[in-house]
Write a protein that binds this ligand. Structure first.
Ligand SMILES: Nc1ncnc2c1ncn2[C@@H]1O[C@H](COP(=O)(O)OP(=O)(O)O)[C@@H](O)[C@H]1O
Ligand SMILES: N[C@@H](CCOP(=O)(O)O)C(=O)O
Length: 322
């Protein structure tokens, strides 16, 4: 993660007294990630992750932290939030909201094979089902309204070919979201950013999903499309890797079968998921925030994926299981 807000061991020493975690021993900024300021912290009680939220407000944060708690209580492998002595999960640090969660074991699998994809597909299905009775409601803040609001801000930076693609895809997605099939899609709390770097593995054993700070209520299919676009894509060409897609979707389907509306929507949703990250990467590149240790993500990767998903309509091999 980039570090936008610096925290010293001295800062941490006072602040951490409100948690039952013992004395602070060490704090190290985490360089990967782009949204929040993250630190590995060591206390007398073990290792944890401290996040300072750079854009999310105190009002928005209970959704994410309570969702993680809700999922953890139902057996989904996610970090457990740590409450302070008053039972609060979100506490101010340097004037910004901050939270501590447990540190997951394992490491990211950046070259996943079908067994990793299958483990992810099954855990996503379990997560969707486990979140059905989650009582809080917050929209996906990177959904269609955000795309409509953000596209005009990045359009001036794009050449004509890219600008035309962006305009056309926003129009396509508006029509898709307004159509009758879209309205039939199952919805609920979704992770919405389940990239390889947000999942931990120990060998082929999945040890957890983390980074829920783009979560929100949206279609389950959108969550899967985001996941497939990252886990199952050849990084050089943007083409989907059939064996990975089948493993991921097959494992999801075995836990929670797909509906006809979802089969009909799959290609449009892969496009929606590609658009969402093309747009956010364009925004972060052209309208960056000040940060230490920030490495912007390459927008052209998702432009390539979007063009590829548009050009490869409904290949049965890439579709959802029957
Ligand atoms: N609960 C956790 N357990 C273990 N490592 C974590 C945890 N949360 C974050 N990390 C580490 O911190 C890095 C950045 O976190 P991430 O949430 O992706 O940042 P950002 O919110 O900026 O995208 C991850 O790649 C991972 O290595
Ligand atoms: N996954 C997104 C950006 C969010 O970064 P993350 O480190 O929180 O996953 C992207 O790749 O653009």
């Amino acid at each position: 993660m980039a570090v936008f807000t610096a925290v010293s061991l001295d800062d941490l020493t006072c602040w951490i007294e409100q948690f039952s975690l013992g004395k602070a021993i060490a704090i190290n900024g985490i360089a990967s990630g782009i949204e929040n300021s993250n630190f590995f912290i060591t206390t007398e009680r073990g290792e944890f992750v401290l996040t300072i939220f750079e854009t999310l407000s105190f009002e928005q944060l209970p959704f994410y932290l309570q969702l993680m708690r809700h999922l953890a209580e139902r057996g989904v492998l996610v970090p457990a939030p740590v409450a302070n002595a008053k039972g609060e999960l979100v506490v101010a640090l340097h004037g910004k909201p901050a939270a501590i969660v447990s540190k997951l074991d394992g490491s990211s699998q950046m070259n996943p094979q079908p067994p990793h994809c299958a483990a992810v597909g099954a855990m996503v299905a379990n997560m969707h089902l486990a979140a059905r009775d989650f009582p809080l409601n917050q929209p996906n803040l990177r959904g269609l309204p955000w795309w409509q609001q953000t596209a005009p801000q990045v359009l001036p930076f794009l050449d004509e070919a890219r600008a035309a693609l962006l305009r056309a895809e926003i129009d396509f997605q508006q029509a898709f979201a307004a159509g009758p099939v879209y309205q039939q899609l199952a919805r609920g709390p979704v992770h919405a950013d389940l990239f390889r770097n947000n999942v931990m593995f120990d060998g082929e054993r999945l040890t957890g999903f983390f980074d829920f700070y783009f979560a929100g209520c949206d279609t389950w299919l959108f969550d899967l499309a985001v996941t497939v676009n990252d886990w199952c894509t050849d990084q050089a060409s943007g083409v989907l890797i059939e064996a990975r897609v089948h493993a991921l979707l097959g494992a999801y389907h075995a836990v929670r079968p797909f509906t006809d509306a979802e089969r009909q929507s799959w290609q449009a949703m892969l496009r929606a998921a590609a658009l969402r990250f093309w747009l956010s990467r364009l925004y972060d590149l052209y309208l960056p925030r000040t940060a230490e240790m920030l490495t912007p993500h390459d927008p052209s990767h998702f432009e390539r994926i979007l063009r590829e998903r548009i050009a490869t309509p409904g290949l049965p091999a890439y579709g959802l299981p029957a």
